[in-house]
Design a binder for this molecule. Structure first.
Ligand code: DQA
Length: 150
């Protein structure tokens, strides 16, 4: 890797702080701390400077996305339930205008119909759904490739 390492922000939306205890049959038994540790390891391996952030609050997520303006080269986001409702998060991602990879632990298209619609998918470069926590690692790999070609 040459030049400066790219800074990447990984955002986890509401209720993802409950991973490990929350519906483990759907979301798995790893805690968010376990998943974040794997994300940080993969970031290092790929030569990215990764920062992770979780919030249960829509405005806090919007603030964090805005804070990425001019400082982060890309964003990986699991907006969780806000995926299906938040025009504000969608607009913030558009405002920052860096490559966005959307991640869902579960395959939202195999679940209730209200989860089939994402307000983020069409502003994201790519979406990964159904790979569990591995989706975040695949997202970082994809983002590293996009950034290396930019
Ligand atoms: C989720 C899917 C959403 O529908 C749900 O509200 C979540 C998690 C996922 O990772 O599979 O909280 O984004």
């Amino acid at each position: 890797m040459t030049g400066q390492a790219h800074r990447v922000l990984v955002i986890h939306g509401p209720n993802l702080n409950m991973l490990g205890r929350r519906e483990p049959g759907i979301y798995g038994s790893d805690s968010l701390a376990d998943i974040d540790a794997r994300i940080m390891d993969e970031g290092k391996r790929l030569g990215l400077l990764v920062e992770t952030f979780q919030s249960n609050h829509e405005g806090a997520i919007v603030d964090r996305i805005q804070g990425a303006l001019g400082t982060c080269a890309g964003i990986v986001i699991n907006p969780a339930a806000y995926t299906h409702t938040s025009v504000a998060i969608r607009d913030a991602l558009l405002a920052v205008s860096v490559p966005v990879i959307e991640v869902h632990l579960s395959n939202i298209h195999k679940r209730e119909s209200f989860r089939h619609k994402s307000l983020v998918s069409d502003v994201a470069q790519a979406t990964l759904a159904g790979f569990g926590a591995q989706g975040y690692l695949l997202a970082l790999q994809g983002l590293a490739r996009i950034l290396s070609q930019a």
